[in-house]
Write a protein that binds this ligand. Sequence first.
Ligand code: SF4
Length: 384
Amino acid sequence: MTEPEGPVPFQTFILKVANRCNIDCDYCFVFNSKDQAARRLPARMDLAVAQAAARRIGEHASAHRLRTIHVVLHGGEPLLVGVGHMAGLLQVVGDSVPTGTRVLFELQTNGTLLSDTWLDLFERYEVAVGVSLDGPPHANDRHRLTHAGRSSAASAVRGIELLRSRPHLFAGLLAVVDLANDPVEVHDYLAVFEPPVIDFGLPHATHDDPPHRSDPTVPEYGLWMSRVYDAWLARPEYGHTVRMLEDIVALSSGVRSSVETLGLAPPTSVVIESDGSIEAVDTLRSVEEGATWLGLDVLRHSFDEALSHPKLLHRQHGREALAEQCRACPLVDVCGGGYLPHRFSEAQGYRNPSVYCADLEYLIRHVQSSVRQHGWDPYAQSSS
Ligand code: SF4
């Protein structure tokens, strides 16, 4: 796989339109992690800030002749901004994108506030909606409780069912892995909602704050995801993809990953906070206070200035930015050293293998050997 010559432009712009949430997930990287900036930021993004962001997005799209860009409406819980305000945000962004650039709107929600009024708005602006749900109620209740400590599962499921009535708006489901949950039960439960995509995320962790394991000598997260893979493969009638698994298959054949968690392709997303600050990947909030802070904002700075900021520039260096162990690893083209926050330690910064190294190795080998058994040799096409 060849590495890029210059900075690859941003193509995904994550607008933090709301900085509050109506539920209180204990693993939330916005409100319950080391960086507490979200609590000091405006509760919602003003239209003036959205307008400035939209002008910068338009400028970036023109300068780099981008045919398609993604604008992700994120939070906190983005639906807390209200329908009228969201309509204004969508309108100003849509108006600022140059002719010839297609804007794909996406929104990630906990689903609990979805209504027909919201879906009418999303219909009008063609917004694809993803919902977070960790599995059946007893699994979801391990982490995704309300501020009063009550289950949010029933209202999230009600929202998903409403979304299913307009399947063209349904982008997929996002679940965070918890080893205490049964992987097959979680996968099969989520599959019943017929999402186009199920996205599994590994819990945020660093070398200084490692993930929970009952036996550190066993790649428990790799085994968990391998069981999801087997459950997914066992039912050819399933119409959904599982993003992490499909990315492993794609990367094993030399195709670029669609996400930032695997592979060596430079990430192409950037975050715009509710006050207009331009920030590095927001999940880095789990790493340390100020980890995402660049000192740039859409009122005074362009996205090209953000591209060359030292905190983002290392993302362009692919293999060269990785720990020695990763550079020498036969799986590096697929794994890419894992997701950036999972590599962090106070002592070494990001030059570590992922805290999920053994899990990723187990899972990648499991997927590749299964694919080989089905008559295709990923190693024959991979550059590793
Ligand atoms: S994190 Fe582990 S599996 Fe991934 S590239 Fe580095 S050494 Fe290889």
